[in-house]
Design a protein around this ligand. Sequence first.
Ligand code: SAH
Length: 280
Amino acid sequence: MREPGVLAFRVTVPRPYEDQLLCLLWECGTQGVLHAPEDGAASVLIAYFPGEAGAETGLLDRLRSVPGTQAEPVDVPRVDWVARFCEGFHAFHAGAFCIVPVWDETVPGPRTLVVDPGRGFGTGTHQTTRLCLACLERLAAGPGLGRVLDIGTGSGLLAIAALRLGARAALGVDHDPEAILSAARHAQLNQVSLPLLAGDAGRPLQRGRFDTVVANLTAPLLIEKSLELDGLRSARGRLVLSGLLAVDMPDLCDAYGSLGPLEESRDGEWAALVVGPTGT
Ligand code: SAH
């Protein structure tokens, strides 16, 4: 079956004219160009354009205007990318947790997180999610997590992990209705009670009520909302922040440095920051 809305052309161009052809492809609105194996003295490119079959004639004429160039439409097979992703998804360990896809039919245990990988961000494969999991584990082993707020809950994975780690209660917030549905499904799959709220970061919430506020967002958003997030935690509460690159850390430390002790952690180019007391 063909992918609707996408046209693809196989274009063979003498190497001296390749740059001219590439300029023309971008001028014509290509969405991407792949180099196929070369054919003698010619380069072979596959170029993708938005559009339905039948719209290619004018485009082909323009591409053939480059000297020595041949161009022909090729099929773009339809791929179910979610199914393709799921095929490659297998159970794995993230810190103390085992993250298991729903089709493994595992009974949820104290350190098992069941995920439906096709839905929402937060399958545990991203470094920032794992950094947050590791911070939650450290806090659970120290002062305890208490009441947890998960801002930008996505699939709800961090809130569910917090409950598995002994949090007294957890609440998930996300501004994306799809994420709320995904989190509700994941709460059900993991057999935990997770209230969810659709809203922008901490705005819908009362101040000072949470012992642990986890927010895996982006560096600019965390910086913009530093006072809003800080206001959500209780007097001895702490923030667990990620979604940031290690290079963002100085700006984050500027924004949060006056709000409590800071503890950084890293995984490759990604980083997390805990703000507030982490001892017992
Ligand atoms: N907590 C999950 C998902 C993080 S992805 C994990 O760690 O794996 C970031 C999530 O934040 C997305 O679901 C996105 O919809 C949500 N988000 C981004 N900006 C937000 C905002 N201003 N208010 C609430 N949610 C937000």
